[in-house]
Design a protein around this ligand. Structure first.
Ligand SMILES: [Fe+2]
Length: 135
């Protein structure tokens, strides 16, 4: 059983974004598995780096679509993204500095933030875009 199982309500109805969200969930699952089996610090660091890179790429995609469609809640949405990136960078630094594996609490935070953001802000954005496009 994966740490996070994808569920139908997580879909926001925009194919590109849903696919990216699934990929993000997969990376968080990978991080959880790596932590659980007590894999090497190097592998953990690599997975965190992968998560950071893919999250940035994904947030850029969302923000580009929002800007192109004059999404009224763009500023708030972007702020949420920036706060998450700041947290991720903190976790990455802590993990490296202390040479410690990420705690389960940290991974739970990543999971909860991602799912809450998808179910809240991203769903609102999906609804706006679908109304706009009449789909
Ligand atoms: Fe978002």
């Amino acid at each position: 059983m994966p740490y996070i199982t994808w569920k139908e309500p997580y879909n926001i109805g925009i194919q590109l974004i849903d696919d990216q969200h699934k990929k993000l969930v997969n990376i968080i699952n990978e991080l959880y598995e790596a932590q659980k089996i007590g894999t090497s610090q190097t592998i953990i660091n690599d997975v965190i780096k992968q998560l950071e890179n893919y999250t940035k790429y994904h947030f850029d995609s969302e923000e580009e679509i929002q800007t192109a469609n004059k999404y009224p809640q763009f500023d708030n949405h972007k702020t949420e993204h920036e706060e998450f990136i700041t947290k991720l960078i903190e976790f990455k630094k802590d993990a490296k500095k202390n040479n410690l594996l990420l705690s389960l609490k940290t991974i739970d935070y990543l999971k909860d933030w991602t799912i809450n953001h998808i179910l809240g802000s991203d769903k609102n954005f999906g609804e706006y875009l679908r109304n706009l496009e009449g789909i």
